[in-house]
Design a protein around this ligand. Structure first.
Ligand code: SF4
Ligand code: SF4
Length: 278
């Protein structure tokens, strides 16, 4: 995964910059940025580095990225994953996440064209953030997660020489990354809580498979719920059952709430009394 360390602009889950590999730290400005922190940047088709950032990188796909992209491409989640994704296990927390599968011959993102990003309106949140990195730190459940930001400056990216002024907040609004973060909240919470549990926590193969299914494939998770004994074992309100039948976003929320119970013992999905008897 050497490219990951050399030209990484994926979401970061490291709580402190100093824990990042040296190659990554070298492209970060050593300043912890907040919502009102200013920076200058502009990316546009006329710039001489146009498209330089869309190759030889690792781009993490969040659950909401996949919903948007599969809809745009008119694919099922399974077809999308087969064509465009590859699994990667996060070092801390041992949970599997999907990355965009770059073209093995050219190293380019499969959505990259000479004219730019072919899925621009539905591009992943990582691409929306760039050149900003997001770092998240899990705190206690009652206080939520802490987020901070940092600037990524890579030699090939000449957008930093432009003079358009932004704050972190105005950039996130302009790029639509704030809305993506809202949609991905439950998934990010699970990853952060899992990694804060420490290196000694082991993730079983079955748990990994459930997490990957929930993160990437709401259609398969729906089949698991409706075509197994799931609804006989768990006490799910009729209103929720109706909602998750054909609403992928509701399905994701439901799946992550259930996984919270499996991963951390939270009482998110009550078991039916009869199912607890042996
Ligand atoms: S999804 Fe679009 S913006 Fe993101 S790396 Fe691929 S081509 Fe570039
Ligand atoms: S300015 Fe930076 S983000 Fe924009 S095309 Fe060039 S390398 Fe990519």
């Amino acid at each position: 995964m050497s490219e990951h360390t050399e030209r990484d602009h994926t979401l970061k889950f490291d709580p402190e910059m100093r824990t990042m590999p040296r190659e990554v730290r070298n492209i970060l400005q050593p300043v912890r940025m907040e919502g009102e922190s200013p920076f200058q940047f502009r990316c546009h088709p006329g710039i001489d580095c146009f498209n330089a950032c869309c190759a030889n990188i690792e781009i993490l796909l969040t659950p909401y990225d996949i919903l948007r992209l599969k809809k745009r491409l008119n694919l099922t989640a399974e077809e999308f994953l087969y064509e465009y994704a590859t699994p990667y296990t996060l070092t801390k927390g041992q949970l599997p996440v999907p990355l965009i599968r770059m073209d093995p011959a050219t190293g380019k993102c499969p959505f990259n064209t000479p004219e730019g990003c072919s899925v621009y309106a539905d591009r992943p949140v990582t691409c929306r953030y760039y050149p900003i990195g997001l770092a998240l730190m899990h705190k206690q459940a009652a206080t939520g997660n802490e987020a901070f930001f940092y600037l990524i400056k890579e030699d090939f990216c000449h957008g930093h020489q432009e003079t358009t002024s932004w704050t972190i907040d105005s950039w996130r609004r302009d790029q639509g990354s704030d809305g993506y973060d809202d949609h991905n909240q439950s998934w990010m919470d699970l990853i952060l809580r899992r990694r804060s549990a420490g290196d000694e926590v082991q993730t079983s193969l079955q748990l990994s498979e459930f997490f990957y299914m929930a993160s990437t494939n709401p259609e398969e998770f729906r089949r698991f719920v409706f075509e197994s004994t799931f609804l006989q074992r768990f006490d799910i309100p009729e209103e929720t059952i109706d909602k998750i039948r054909d609403d992928d976003e509701a399905m994701l929320d439901f799946a992550f709430a259930w996984l919270k119970g499996i991963l951390f013992g939270d009482k998110t999905t009550p078991v039916k009394p009869a199912a607890t008897k042996t």
